[in-house]
Design a protein around this ligand. Structure first.
Ligand code: NAD
Ligand code: TYD
Length: 371
């Protein structure tokens, strides 16, 4: 078991990163968290407002590609662990603008790896490999999308060949390969986790679940790509955080671990569930800032739009390795997790409205007007 003293969390103002920062402060008060985030459209300090004064937390606005800054952070804070969440994360955006996915996700990761190698190296062994300080770890947060798409049968295991289909997933696969290379060639202690689709509080409403909840509340069309029969394997973000923590504590350097909660659902099922659940909530409760009439929430809001290019049909994670080797298991059932998540968005209208201000409407129009 390792207690890290100074952990650099990148992308900690995004959806999963902000949940992880809070998870760590709560579960590992011995660890100081240094959150490096560029605050792109997806980064939001409001996600962290309840912990911003915590003595064990430091926020730094900056780019993971900035070598000078990253090296200075390693020096100033004596960083002994890195958890790299920072990324461009949305498949649809990667289809519109691939370049930034490659620069942030691949070159940004390599810059962090290089800084870790430089600051943690203590010498060289007789074969010429670098040696490192004790108890250091670089953790790369990856995705099941690097494995490509499944048909009706089968699941992704850690040995499934990488076969990414979108610019997003190809950039994440590339980052995994660069991380692997730093482990093989330089023996840097690296672990990688590949996780399925996350859901939960603070997710930017360009992703399926918060987008649909927001649209239901505005009685806006619910754009279902193609036939809506594509399958995703959903995991509550807090279970993802505990999975990463387990790997940081017990995972073997050089290893990849899948994290998934055995919750395959077709997109159309998710949309139906959101419609039904939101309507019921509004019938039974009142929520500050919401005046949507539940009687107007109906199936009619669903529309089928042009399919995403290269749309992956199905993802499903085999989590045997992390459950049997490291003893991790998810704590949420999907039913409880999604109910709690819908409730969270209903109770946090200010948050949702704030993230939907600025350039969001323009993004939304561009993404959906020509489908
Ligand atoms: P997100 O888009 O909500 O957050 C990304 C964060 O990274 C933002 O705060 C953004 O400001 C920051 N960022 C972007 N470019 C940066 C840069 N150059 N330097 C510093 N910070 C930068 O993403 P998320 O959904 O929280 O995903 C986090 C990580 O988890 C990503 O690496 C993603 O690939 C991976 N992942 C996500 C899911 C999912 O379902 N969301 C599933 C598996 C893996
Ligand atoms: P998304 O949340 O973007 O995650 P990912 O593409 O990384 O899996 O999308 C989840 C699924 O929902 C995916 O199959 C695409 C689909 N989808 C829609 O049908 N309509 C939408 O408006 C969005 C955003 C996604």
């Amino acid at each position: 078991m390792s207690d890290y003293k100074n952990m650099l969390v990148t992308g900690g103002a995004g959806f999963i990163g902000s949940n992880f920062v809070k998870y760590m402060l709560e579960n590992h008060p011995e660890t100081r968290i240094i959150n490096l985030d560029l605050l792109t459209y997806a980064g939001n300090l409001e996600n962290l407002s309840d912990i911003e004064d915590n003595d064990n937390y430091v926020f730094v606005k900056g780019d993971i590609k900035d070598a000078e800054l990253v090296n200075k952070l390693f020096e100033d804070y004596d960083i002994d662990s890195v958890v790299n969440f920072a990324a461009e994360s949305h498949v649809d955006r990667s289809i519109e603008e691939p370049e930034i996915f490659l620069t942030t996700n691949v070159l940004g990761t390599q810059n962090l790896l290089e800084a870790a190698k430089k600051h943690w190296q203590t010498g060289t062994d007789e074969e010429g490999y670098p040696t490192y300080k004790d108890n250091v770890r670089f953790h790369q947060v990856s995705t099941d999308e690097v494995y490509g798409a499944l048909g009706k049968e089968g699941m992704f295991t850690e040995t499934t060949p990488l076969s990414p289909n979108s610019p997003y997933s190809s950039s994440k696969a590339s980052a995994d390969l660069v991380s692997r290379a730093y482990n093989k060639t330089f023996k840097l202690p690296i672990t990688i986790t590949r996780c399925s689709n996350n859901y939960g509080p603070y997710q930017f409403p360009e992703k399926l679940i918060p987008l649909m909840i927001g649209n239901v509340l505005e009685l806006k069309d619910l754009p279902i790509y193609g036939d809506g029969m594509q399958v995703r394997d959903w995991l509550h973000v807090k279970d993802h955080c505990s999975g990463i923590d387990t790997v940081l504590q017990k995972g073997e350097p050089g290893q990849v671990y899948n994290i998934g909660g055995n919750n395959e659902k077709a997109n159309i099922e998710i949309v139906d569930l959101i419609l039904e659940n939101t309507k019921k909530n509004l019938e039974n409760n009142s929520y500050e800032g919401i005046d949507t009439n539940p009687d107007e929430i109906s199936e009619e809001l669903k529309i089928h739009v042009r399919d995403r290019l290269g749309h992956d049909k199905r993802y499903a994670i085999d989590n045997t390795k992390i459950t049997t080797e490291l003893g991790w298991s998810p704590s949420y059932t999907f039913e409880d997790g999604i109910a709690e998540t819908i409730e969270w968005y209903l109770e946090n209208q200010d948050w949702l409205n704030n993230v939907k201000s600025g350039d969001y409407l323009e993004y939304y129009e561009n993404m959906y007007s020509n489908r």
